[in-house]
Write a protein that binds this ligand. Sequence first.
Ligand SMILES: [Zn+2]
Length: 403
Amino acid sequence: MLTRRITFRMYPSKAQEAKLFDWRRLHCYLYNSAVADRRDSYKKRCVSVNYLDQQNRLPAFKETWGEYKELGSQALQNTLKRVDLAYQGFFKRLRGYPKFKSIRHYSGWTYPAKAGWKAETDGKNGHLNISNLGRVQITGQARTWGTPTTCTIVCRNGKWYASITVDCEPQRGTGEGAIGLDFGCNHAVATSDGTLIENPRFLGKSLAKVRSQSKQLRRKKKRSRRWKKVSKKVSKLQRKIANQRQDWTHKVAAEIVRSNSLVATEKLSLNNMTRKATTKGKQQKAGLDRSILDVGIGALISAIKYKLTEVNGVFVEVPTQQVKPSQTCPQCGNQVKKTLAERVHSCIKCGYVADRDVAAAKVMLNWATGLGTNLDRCGLDSSTNRATGRQLAKTKRQKLLAL
Ligand SMILES: [Zn+2]
C-alpha cells in the first residue's frame, strides 16, 4: 500500500467561499496565538509549552471563542501540530524561530483523519462534503484512486483546492531494461543508451516576463489597487512555471521508468553543484546554476525514485568519488581527467568516442549492473531495497548477450 496525493480544484458557492476565507483567518489566528503562547510563556515565565499542553487547552479556548466550534477539533489540533512542527525544526536547528503568519499568506488547514469531511468521488471529479460547510463540487483526476485518508484545504491565488491523500496500489508498467543517467548542465539528462534530454528552460523563457512584471510591481505603491493587480499577475506566472516544471518532471520520469526497472545515477549534492564559484569561470558557473535550478534535478530524481517503487524497481546511487564516471572510459576503464569544457569523451587507449555525459552514464550503468552480490554494501535506496538480486542477474545476462 502506498500513499499518493491528489489535488482537486474546489468550486465553492459565494456563501461557502466567504466561510472558507473566514475559517482560514481563524486557523491563522490560532497558529499565531499558539506561537505567541509558546514565546511569551518562555520569555516571561521560563516555562516551555509543548503540543500536548496546547491541545489540552483547546476545549477551553473554543468555549471562549465560539466561532471556532464549527471548524472541527481535529483540524484545529492539526494547526497546533503545524506550530509544533515549526518548533521542532527550530530546535533541530533546521530553520529559524517560528514567525507569525499573515492571513494573506496563510495557506489553509488539514483534516488529519476521516472526521469532518467526506470525498464523494471515484478519483475523477465529484464532490467534497465538509461538515458545517456543505457539499462542494471538485474537479481533478487521480491516476490511481484508493481509500482517502487525509484532506488539506489550500487557498492559492484566490482559488481553493482540496489536496487529498489516499492509500492505494498504483499500477504501472515497466520493462526489463537498465539505464544509467547523468545529470549535467548542457543537457538536463544524458542516458546510457545515448539519448540526450534537453533542458526545458521554462524559467529562462519566462524570466524576461517575470522580470518586467516585477519591475512594474516595484514601481507601484505598496498595497495599492494597482500593486495588487500586478502582484496577482506575477504570482500567476510563477505558478504557471511551477506547473510546467512539474509536468515536465513527471513526463520524463515516466518515460524513463516505462522501459527500465533499474536506474543507476550519481549521488549528487545539489548544494555543491549550485554553490557560487568564487574564482574564474564565474560566468560559466552562474549559467550552470541557472539551468540546474531550472530543471529541478532533485524533483526529477525523487519522481524517478517513487515511480520505481511502484514497479518494484531498483534505484542505485553510484559513489562518484570512487567510480569517477566523468573520467573513466566505459569500454576499457581507462581513466583520464577531463576539463569542464571538454564535451566529448574520446579514449586514447581504445579509441571509443561518445558524448561526455553519455559516457559517464554508461560508466555508472556498468558499475551498477556489475554489482552482483555486493548489493547490500552499495548505496542502494532503502525503499527500493526489497527488489531483487534476480533482476540484477538478469540485466547482467542481457549485457553479456549484447557484447
Ligand atoms: Zn577506452
